[in-house]
Design a binder for this molecule. Structure first.
Ligand SMILES: [Mg+2]
Length: 272
């Protein structure tokens, strides 16, 4: 049973159920369609979630995955390269990359020139803070510093916050905090702007976004902006003990990726 706790969310859900062909159904990936794991290269989809997405893909106007990951990595991890179940768009790097099942080509922005300085300076900055054991992930158009495998990840994240803010600022980038990770990336795009592009492109009647982390808040903002302009929408939080900001804002909170899979399964069932 899907029960949004807000009036706006209930209206959005009703329209989604009644007119799926007019819906843009968008999801974050990590922590939403896939459980968070210590090694991000092994963040495979939640069992059942792909089958559920395939079941709804032929019903909805457009299915989208809006991720901070590079598109290529996402397609490989989620096994979506051969997707043929229906319209699917993947935007990667918070919107700097785009792929669709229709054209199967990754369209990418140019790398930000400030990234080279970040790559140069990051190892010595981590060493100065005694955090050289943090994992540096080169994502091509951005750089992520993961602290999940450190002894005290929360303290590490707190110690890194200001220095990484300053490093990002000097390089013309922003430092985006996440679940035991800080990502240094261009500010030109975020998930809100990425979702706004999808809305402009797809012209939906109802917009649904499901996410779990701070980087998803701009997408929630976009759904709210869309609603205040007269559209219908639904924000769904993949709940976790690590982040509370999205749950506070969402129309509907489900229990992590397993709850997201159940949500999508329930949608599929409502259309059979
Ligand atoms: Mg996430």
């Amino acid at each position: 049973m899907i029960e949004p706790t807000t009036e706006a969310g209930r209206s959005g859900l009703s329209r989604l159920i009644a007119s799926p062909d007019q819906a843009l159904l968008a999801f974050d990936y990590d922590g939403t369609l896939a459980p968070i794991v210590a090694d991000p290269s092994k963040a495979f989809p939640e069992p059942g979630v792909l089958a559920a997405l395939e079941a709804v893909a032929s019903q909805v106007g457009c299915l989208a995955i809006v991720t901070g990951r590079p598109v290529k990595q996402l397609l490989e991890l989620a096994g979506l390269g051969q997707w043929s179940a229906g319209p699917l768009v993947v935007t990667g790097h918070y919107g700097l990359e785009r792929w669709s099942a229709a054209d199967r080509e990754i369209i990418a922005a140019e790398p930000n020139p400030g990234l080279a300085a970040v790559h140069d300076q990051l190892p010595s900055l981590l060493a100065e803070l005694g955090l050289e054991a943090a994992d540096i992930e080169d994502k091509g158009l951005s750089v992520a510093v993961h602290v999940r495998r450190l002894d005290n990840p929360d303290a590490a994240l707190a110690a890194l916050s200001d220095p990484l803010d300053r490093l990002a600022g000097r390089a013309g980038l922003i430092a985006q905090p996440g679940r035991r990770v800080i990502e240094l990336r261009p500010s030109a795009m975020d998930k809100g702007r990425s979702l706004a592009r999808l809305i402009a492109e797809q012209d939906p009647a109802v917009v649904v976004f499901t996410g779990d982390d701070l980087g998803d808040l701009p997408a929630f903002d976009e759904v709210e902006r869309w609603r205040s302009a007269g559209g219908l929408g639904l924000t769904v939080c993949s709940g976790s003990a690590e982040v509370s900001e999205l749950a506070d804002r969402a129309d509907l909170v489900v229990d992590g990726p397993a709850g997201v899979a159940e949500f999508v399964e329930a949608l599929a069932e409502s259309w059979t």
